[in-house]
Design a protein around this ligand. Structure first.
Ligand SMILES: [Zn+2]
Length: 200
């Protein structure tokens, strides 16, 4: 028996689209972009067809390093919360520059928004939204010191196109405004002119 994955046939794709439980014993589908695999009946958001790979069974998908979906539980057991939260964190770290709502995260990571919010907070001590903000501000700090891009441009680059809001949040989380932060970073580099991008 081959464990190799394949692109879905039209019939398999129909089964996935229709959440057809009669196919649950016939194949599992994995989603390349999220690293998760599901039963055909899974009610999670329909992935792009080109990202879907078909496996004969859960063992095949797991052997290929895919993780079982939290919602449809294709192996019958739950993905441990710790691992799930890691998966969510990685999703946020990859998508921080886009407008991401809790629902998008929940959809992509295969859980309800309510459950995701609670589990994440319990394990990380902060909410997913706070984690998005922290990731964005940390990235903005890097850009502030490592580039000459304007404050507004950096805001856009980290997913906060509203400059006023970006400045407010930056100040709230770091204690200084973006321009103060940048100036202090530059003052720290003794005898290097402000245009200098070579901080090494
Ligand atoms: Zn699923």
């Amino acid at each position: 028996m081959s464990q190799a994955s394949q692109m879905p046939t039209d019939e398999q794709w129909q089964a996935i689209k229709n959440n057809d439980a009669s196919y649950n014993a016939k194949f599992m589908y994995a989603i390349k972009t999220t690293g998760i695999f599901c039963k055909p009946s899974c009610k999670s958001r329909l992935p792009n067809r080109e990202n879907v790979r078909i496996f004969q069974d859960a063992d095949g998908a797991q052997a290929a390093q895919f993780r079982p979906c939290k919602r449809c539980k294709p192996t019958g057991e739950r993905l441990p919360d710790q691992e799930w939260v890691e998966l969510i964190s990685r999703f946020i770290e990859k998508h921080y520059s886009e407008p991401i709502r809790l629902r998008d995260i929940a959809d992509a990571c295969h859980g309800s928004a309510f459950h995701l919010q609670r589990t994440f907070k319990r394990i990380k001590g902060i909410t997913p939204t706070e984690y998005v903000q922290r990731t964005r501000i940390a990235k903005a700090q890097q850009l502030m010191n490592g580039t000459n891009r304007s404050i507004a441009e950096i805001g856009v680059a980290v997913g906060m196109p509203n400059t006023a809001y970006f400045i407010t949040l930056f100040k709230k989380m770091t204690g200084s405004t973006p321009s103060d932060y940048r100036q202090r970073g530059r003052a720290g580099m003794t005898n290097v002119d402000a245009e200098g991008s070579d901080c090494q």
